[in-house]
Design a binder for this molecule. Structure first.
Ligand code: ZN
Length: 196
């Protein structure tokens, strides 16, 4: 038996069945070599570092606001792939017009990092930030702002104005819009419908 064949057998002995790999492939059509090349449709798995995943965390916060009869808006701050702050709209509870989800999340995140600068942080929020929150996000030097649904009446990330990227200000945030847009707008619509 030649050395080459031995190596070949060695490889075969530790051959990993192809289904093991399925877990790391999402939404693709695969041919499984172990199942007579039957095409297999995989369900997309949750990517724990994706914008969709973190928006899901913001949506959970929004749901908590709803449970407390607040307008359902939620926000989370992420640093290096970890959620460092979670907050939801608490204007009614705190009787404070500034208690928007973003402002509360920024304050929490600042406490977590021990600095007023949130450099390299991303803020996920279910609704486009208002001018007050956009101003705070610029002041805190947040790197990127990701929002779900747009707010045509008061959105300050491109709808009414774009304060997050105002050329005259000394910091600009990268913007990603429309992440889980349907889920975010459906929650607000359902809330207001229920209250009518
Ligand atoms: Zn706001």
């Amino acid at each position: 038996m030649g050395a080459g064949l031995k190596a070949e057998q060695g490889r075969k002995a530790i051959k990993i069945p192809s289904w093991v790999f399925f877990g790391i492939v999402c939404g693709r059509r695969l041919s499984c070599v172990d199942c007579a090349n039957e095409p297999v449709i995989m369900q997309p798995l949750i990517d724990l570092q994706s914008d969709e995943f973190f928006m899901g965390e913001a949506l959970r916060m929004a749901r908590r606001a709803w449970e407390q009869e607040e307008v359902p808006v939620g926000a989370v701050v992420v640093l290096e792939g970890r959620v460092i702050a979670r907050a939801y709209n608490q204007v009614e509870q705190l009787k404070d017009a500034t208690a928007h989800a973003e402002i509360l999340a920024i304050t929490q995140a600042e406490a977590a990092v021990g600095d007023w600068r949130l450099t390299n942080c991303q803020l996920y929020v279910t609704k486009e930030p208002c001018p007050m929150c956009a101003g705070a996000l610029v002041h805190a030097r947040v790197d990127r702002v990701i929002f779900g649904c747009a707010s045509p009446k008061d959105g300050a990330a491109g709808s009414l104005m774009n304060l997050l990227q105002h050329p005259g200000l000394n910091h600009r945030c990268e913007i990603t819009s429309g992440v889980r847009q349907h889920d975010c707008s459906a929650m607000l619509q359902s809330f207001f419908r229920e209250r009518r």
